[in-house]
Design a protein around this ligand. Sequence first.
Ligand code: HEC
Ligand code: HEC
Ligand code: HEC
Length: 274
Amino acid sequence: MTQVVSPQTVTGRFDNKEFSFYGWTFRPEHVADEFWLHIQGSSGSPSFHRKLVMTTGSHHMQKYWYHTGHSRKIGLVPLVYLIESDLWVPEHTAFLQPTEPGLPVREGTWNKVCNQCHATGSQLRISGPDAMNTQVAEFGIACEACHGPGEQHVLAMLDVATKRSDLAVPLSIVNPRHLPPERSAQVCGQCHGIWTMTQAQISSWANTGHTYRPGDDLGASRRYIHGSEDQHLFDDIHGEDSFGQMVKFVSPAENITHCCDRLASRTRTVTIRK
Ligand code: HEC
Ligand code: HEC
Ligand code: HEC
């Protein structure tokens, strides 16, 4: 799940102990209800102190976000906390991504990428140079992700509850069980798959969110990448799984070509969890 940082939602070890990767030293600290990451760069470079505001993941691993100080843009801490192992690791050792030495700083990634699957009803909303007024309907994979917009349904059921109407009213909500098999699989595929979009689709998503709603034809709103037809994109990926993770290469608006090129160039090796 994606959640606001609090003592109830943080699973990571914030015990004020230091550890280092690539010459950078980290110290996760928990003070009252706040969670901080203190970062000391290599060889005399300045230190950073970031208050963590949001977290993604609650099952196998957890990642953390800090406010960048600019608009509603947030930055991703380049570490992952592995819950079962009780271990902090560099992000690229747990997530499939282009091999870059060190610990890349990624600001705006939530706004541009992750919120498409780790929240419902996401809209990037670029609001100025380097500024994002990103909005989501709900954090995490909430009901409407699979059942579609629920407002009419809720109003109708309130009417039933107050006896203004009876249950003979058809349910104004999608139940994936009643969709044809392909359409019901697409409800899950919207997040358990990877896609490319045309420039027009990207602009539309950035302003008003994805047009796909459960029950629609998923392929009408973006082009999904299929392992068999688009094999050249995946040739140098080792291992199974990974659809969820590979989206990083393909879905950030400005990275589509770049990332596909990288995938096709076969110049990288990739580390995956599992
Ligand atoms: C296309 C949809 C999609 C996008 C975009 C996406 N993810 Fe995910 N993410 C998934 C899916 C699906 C899983 C579960 C995969 C699995 O367990 O095999 C997952 C799993 C995770 C987990 C592990 C959760 C847990 O509880 O163990 C974390 C953390 C995570 N993603 C963070 C991110 C971050 C950070 C980004 C942006 C850089 C991102 N995801 C972008 C679909 C997505
Ligand atoms: C990840 C997708 C997903 C999410 C998120 C989700 N559902 Fe569902 N829901 C389904 C599927 C699939 C079914 C049909 C399951 C079946 O009957 O085989 C279903 C069935 C239901 C049913 C049963 C309908 C019936 O006819 O028996 C209800 C009620 C329901 N969901 C409510 C909710 C609520 C409330 C939430 C949010 C708290 C929610 N769902 C979140 C996928 C989802
Ligand atoms: C809105 C995006 C979204 C939709 C729709 C969605 N999922 Fe997921 N799913 C995710 C993400 C993100 C995760 C990882 C969440 C986490 O662990 O915090 C996940 C995790 C899972 C996992 C657990 C994987 C693991 O390794 O623990 C299963 C199984 C799964 N989803 C099945 C489904 C099925 C079946 C459907 C359709 C009924 C569905 N999902 C619909 C985004 C989605």
